[in-house]
Design a protein around this ligand. Structure first.
Ligand code: GLU
Length: 499
C-alpha cells in the first residue's frame, strides 16, 4: 500500500477520469482540457483513467470513442489504459484486487459494515423523512449488527451492500476556484461504498485510485462538489493525503439555465461531425470558465500550455455561446492551409452527393473551397455554400435575377451583354473575365442611364444566373471556376426564363 504524504511535497499529477457510459460531452472535454493544460503549465503529468465500475452501463465502444475524440482535440495523456504507465492498470475493472484490500482495511478498523436493508424499506424511510421536511439519510439500522448476526444473514442468502460509517463532524477544504468550503458530514448518513468486496462503487474506487496514482490535484466539474465531501471522509478513514481540489464552473445555456446532457448537442462528436475544427473547440472550451483577463480571444493549444492558469478560472457559470464558437471556428477555417481545408470539406461534399469521384479536379476543388471559406462557419456549410458549382441545372426564382428597379427586359439585356462580352473573350482567365465585365458595367450604365458607379445592373443578374443564390462569391470567381462552357450555358438558361 502506498504511503501517506503531504500533497505540497508531491509531484504535480492530475487525471481525467471519464465513465465510459456514453459519448464524451463538451463538459467532459473541457475538464480534460483544463487538466491537460494544468499539467503542461506546471510540468506535471496528465493521467487518463477509465472509470468503468458500473458494468451494466459501461461499454468498450465509449472508451474507444472518448480516447479517439481526446486525441482528435490534441489532448494527449502521459499515462493511460492504451499506453500504460507506472501506476496502472488504468481501467478500474482491472484494479478490483486493489479496492478489495482497502475495503478489508475499512472492515478491520470497523469503519465499514454490511447493510441488509431492503431497497423498498429504504425508499419508504426516505419518503417518510421528506414528508416530515427532513433531508433523507440512512438511519444506521445495520451499523451495529454483531458479527454473528451478519454471518447468519449472509448464510441465509440475504442481499447486502457495504456501507461506510460517516463520522458526525464538520469538514473543511480549500478549493482553488471556489475558496474555503465547509460541510456538515452529519447530514450525510452512512453511504454505500461497494456492493461487495469485489464490486466497489464510484466514491470508493475514485478515492483509492487518486491515492494509489499519486494524484496531487483533482480538477473536475462543479457537479462533483457534493461528492468531494464524501470522498474526503473516505480519505480520512483510510489515512490518505488529501489532494487539492478545483471545481470548474457549471456550463450554462444562453438563457443561463443549466446545460444538461439531454439537451441538443452536448456530445463533442456532434460538433466534430458538423465540422468544428479541433483547434476551434479547444479555444472555445478554454474560454468556458477561464478568463485571460484581456480582450484576446484566440489561443492555440500550444499557447495555452504557457498562458493557462487555474487562478483565472471563474466561479460563476460559463455561458455556452454558439455564436462565439462559430466566430472562433470561422477564424480557424480562414487560417487553414487550403489543401488541408479542401481535404476536410471533401467528405461533406461526397456525403451530399455533390462530389462524384473524378468529376472535379483537385485544383478546381481547392478554388471552390477558397472562394467559399469566408462564409463558412463550419465545414458542413460547404454543401450549402458551394452546391451550385456541382449541379447541372440550377433552380431559382427568376425575380432573384432583378437588381434594384430592373424589369424583365433589363435583366435580359444585361445577360445578353454578359454573354456577348464573354463570347468575345479570347482567354478564360479570372483577370480577363473581371476586366471585360467591369468594362461592361460602365457601358450598360451609360446606355441605360443607370447610376454610373452602380455595378449591380450587370453583375447581380449575372451572379444569380451563375449561382442561383442571393449570396455567393463574385461572378468573376464563379465564372473562372465553372469554365467557359458552363458559364455560358447558365447565362443562356437564365435568358430563357424571360422568353
Ligand atoms: N468518473 C466520473 C465521471 O465521469 C468522474 C470522477 C471524478 O472526476 O472524480 O463523472
Amino acid at each position: 500500500m502506498a504511503k501517506k504524504q503531504e500533497v505540497k511535497n508531491m509531484a504535480i499529477r492530475v487525471r481525467f477520469a471519464p465513465s465510459p457510459t456514453g459519448p464524451l460531452h463538451i463538459g467532459g472535454s473541457r475538464t480534460a482540457l483544463f487538466n491537460y493544460l494544468f499539467a503542461k503549465k506546471n510540468k506535471g503529468k496528465f493521467v487518463l483513467r477509465v472509470e468503468d465500475t458500473d458494468k451494466e452501463r459501461s461499454e468498450q465502444r465509449w472508451t474507444d470513442e472518448i480516447l479517439e475524440e481526446l486525441k482528435w482535440l490534441g489532448i494527449e495523456w502521459d499515462e493511460g489504459p492504451d499506453i500504460g504507465g507506472n501506476f496502472g492498470p488504468y481501467k478500474q475493472t482491472q484494479r478490483l484486487d486493489i479496492y478489495k484490500k482497502y475495503l478489508e482495511k475499512l472492515f478491520d478498523e470497523e469503519k465499514a459494515y454490511y447493510c441488509f436493508c431492503l431497497e423498498e424499506d429504504l425508499e419508504a424511510k426516505r419518503q417518510d423523512q421528506m414528508s416530515r421536511g427532513l433531508a433523507p439519510k440512512y438511519d444506521g439500522k445495520c451499523r451495529n449488527l454483531s458479527k454473528q448476526e451478519v454471518q447468519k444473514k449472509m448464510a441465509a442468502g440475504e442481499q447486502s451492500v457495504i456501507r461506510f460509517k460517516i463520522p458526525d463532524k464538520k469538514v473543511k477544504f480549500a478549493d482553488l476556484i471556489r475558496g474555503e468550503i465547509e460541510f456538515d458530514a452529519g447530514l450525510l448518513g452512512d453511504i454505500v461504498v461497494a456492493k461487495n468486496l469485489e464490486t466497489p462503487l464510484y466514491h470508493f474506487a475514485v478515492v483509492v485510485d487518486d491515492f494509489e496514482m499519486k494524484i496531487s490535484h483533482i480538477i473536475r466539474g462543479e457537479e462533483h462538489l457534493s461528492n468531494t465531501s464524501r470522498q474526503i471522509l473516505i480519505q480520512q478513514a483510510l489515512e490518505f493525503y488529501h489532494p487539492v481540489y478545483a471545481h470548474l464552473p457549471l456550463m450554462l445555456n444562453m438563457d443561463k439555465s443549466k446545460m444538461s446532457k439531454r439537451q441538443g448537442d452536448v456530445a463533442l462528436k456532434d460538433y466534430h461531425l458538423q465540422g468544428y475544427l479541433p483547434e476551434a473547440l479547444v479555444n472555445f472550451m478554454v474560454l468556458l470558465g477561464w478568463n485571460p483577463g484581456t480582450e484576446k480571444e484566440i489561443f492555440t493549444l500550444q499557447q495555452l500550455t504557457k498562458e493557462f492558469s487555474i487562478d483565472k478560472v471563474q466561479k460563476a457559470g460559463a455561458v455556452f455561446n454558439i455564436q462565439r464558437l462559430d466566430f472562433i471556428n470561422g477564424f480557424y477555417i480562414r487560417e487553414k492551409a487550403i489543401e488541408k481545408l479542401t481535404e476536410f470539406c471533401r467528405p461533406y461534399l461526397k456525403e451530399a452527393g455533390l462530389l462524384v469521384q473524378g468529376q472535379v479536379s483537385d485544383s478546381k476543388l481547392e478554388k471552390i473551397v477558397e472562394v467559399s471559406r469566408t462564409r463558412m462557419k463550419k465545414l458542413s456549410d460547404i454543401v450549402e455554400l458551394a452546391d451550385f458549382f456541382f449541379k447541372d441545372k440550377l433552380v431559382y426564382d427568376k425575380d432573384l435575377l432583378k437588381w434594384s428597379t430592373m424589369q424583365d427586359a433589363g435583366v435580359k439585356e444585361a445577360l445578353l451583354l454578359c454573354d456577348k462580352l464573354l463570347s468575345d473573350l479570347k482567354e478564360w482567365d479570372i483577370k480577363e473575365i473581371e476586366k471585360v465585365l467591369m468594362g461592361g458595367t460602365g457601358e450598360l450604365n451609360k446606355q441605360r442611364g443607370y447610376p454610373e458607379k452602380n455595378r449591380g445592373f450587370l453583375l447581380w443578374p449575372l451572379r444569380v444566373a451563375l449561382s442561383g443564390k442571393q449570396f455567393s462569391p463574385s461572378p468573376f470567381e464563379i465564372a473562372d471556376i465553372l469554365g467557359r462552357e458552363k458559364t455560358q450555358k447558365r447565362i443562356a438558361d437564365a435568358i430563357k426564363l424571360f422568353a
